[in-house]
Design a binder for this molecule. Structure first.
Ligand SMILES: O=C([O-])CC(=O)C(=O)O
Length: 166
């Protein structure tokens, strides 16, 4: 897949930015993982301090998609750790964006995926299985729908209603 620069995409798609078909997330994420540039169709999850559904989805074939987890911005536990990052890598996910925390930072940084999260936290999450799959989420000042496209690089994160051409 050709890599798309988010700054160039903003410059050449001003019309889409104006209509909201293209959105830039607020710059609140830390970057982890080997892939500092990643993109793909979005799969959404909405949950709170419970990562059972995260594992359930990462156990399926990623096929280059990006898992977007709205964890309600909690900074009280981690929703993704080293095991889940390895699972994501091995199942072909291109990245994970977490409105929440991750842990096992050194392990995640050695994985060949891109991960964005608010911060790291050493505690694990609950394991009750609460949450919703494939629902619209609101992260970083932007609505994100399942099936939209996400583009991340060193400058930030864009979400687009449809695939952007490079
Ligand atoms: O299982 C968890 O809660 C997250 C974790 O630590 C891992 O993925 O290694």
């Amino acid at each position: 897949m050709a890599l798309l620069a988010t700054a160039d995409a903003c410059d050449s798609n001003a019309g889409l930015l104006a209509t909201g078909e293209l959105r830039a997330l607020q710059p609140m994420f830390q970057a982890y993982g080997q892939a500092r540039v990643f993109s793909g169709p979005v799969v959404t999850l909405k949950l709170f301090e419970d990562n059972v559904l995260v594992r359930e989805l990462l156990e399926t074939k990623g096929e280059g998609r990006v898992l977007v987890i709205d964890g309600g911005g909690s900074t009280r536990c981690a929703l993704v750790g080293g095991n889940l990052a390895v699972l994501a890598q091995n199942n072909g996910w291109s990245g994970i964006v977490v409105n929440g925390c991750i842990r096992d930072v050194d392990e995640i940084n050695s994985c060949d995926i891109g991960v964005r999260a608010l911060a790291s936290h050493p505690r694990k999450s609950n394991k009750k299985g609460h949450g919703e799959k494939f629902v619209p989420v609101h992260i970083g000042g932007a609505m994100i729908h399942d099936g939209e496209w996400l583009y991340a690089d060193s400058d930030g994160i864009l979400v687009s209603k449809s695939e952007l051409s490079t």
